[in-house]
Design a protein around this ligand. Structure first.
Ligand code: DGL
Length: 256
């Protein structure tokens, strides 16, 4: 039976959720985190909903077998596909990331908000409902293939991809870019080069970390021991774990 000393499970289709993990660690340094990247089954965002749900079920089984006390879905695609179903099915708290459209709406002057996410995230009801409320001036931009460039650390190709993606827009009339896929957070340095300084680049990581604190507090599950991180992947650990470790160091440095 999970208790406050049990780990928090965090998962993504790959390494993107490592940025979320860094924000979680910053907010809750005394927690033990177990991060699972489902690299062997990535990407999720261009699969069918059913295929994606099957992958998520498998990941959940792995996390539950390790007696986690809560699960953070550090993947916008998996959140859109599965958050409601997992909450209905599981007793433990499920915290789900979502594109930071509300913060973008709140800071919007009268410019455009560009929302970058996977095709799946942008298609499903979760995003549609968010868009209905906070979508004024927002343009959803599906980015198939972009997460793979983050996984491969293919910076030059990512730069070309983003340059092409932004080419139809007058970037001086853009108020914010929403990173609606956790992988894209690692493209921030490239985005900062391509975008005017006046454009805010927003992600959902801090909001997700604050939400985890709220739910653990409400259930009396906040840890008070020594924090730690364990990294797991369905991919080749010899290849993937070093990338995760590198990205975690980088993300933690950027949050300092
Ligand atoms: N990191 C993911 C997200 O936040 C998913 C990318 C993918 O697997 O397509 O949407």
């Amino acid at each position: 039976m999970a208790d406050k000393r049990s780990p928090v499970g965090v998962f993504d289709s790959g390494v993107g959720g490592i940025g979320t993990l860094a924000a979680l660690r910053r907010e809750l340094p005394k927690e033990r985190f177990l991060f699972y990247g489902d690299t062997a089954n990535a990407p999720y965002g261009t699969k069918t909903r059913e295929a994606c749900m099957a992958c998520i079920d498998h990941v959940m089984q792995r996390l539950l077998a390790q007696d986690v006390k809560a699960v953070v879905i550090a993947c916008n695609t998996a959140s859109a596909v599965a958050a409601a179903e997992l909450r209905a099915r599981c007793e433990l708290p499920i915290v789900a990331i979502e594109p930071a459209l509300k913060p973008a709406y709140e800071l919007r002057r009268d410019g455009t908000i560009l929302v970058l996410a996977t095709p799946m995230t942008l298609q499903l009801e979760k995003f549609r409902a968010l868009y209905e409320r906070y979508g004024e001036g927002a343009v959803p931009l599906p980015c198939p293939g972009l997460m793979e460039l983050v996984e491969q650390e293919a910076h030059e190709q990512a730069r070309r991809y983003l340059t092409e993606l932004f080419s139809p827009y007058d970037l001086n009339r853009v108020d914010a870019v929403v990173l609606g896929c956790t992988h894209y957070v690692f493209l921030r340095p490239i985005l900062r080069e391509l975008l005017p300084d006046t454009v805010s680049v927003l992600d959902g990581n801090q909001g997700t970390a604050r939400q985890l604190r709220r739910v653990l507090t409400a259930r009396g599950l906040l840890a008070d021991g020594v924090g730690s991180v364990m990294l797991e992947t369905s991919g080749d650990p010899a290849k993937v774990i070093p990338v995760m470790e590198r990205l975690l160091v980088r993300a933690e440095k950027e949050l300092q």
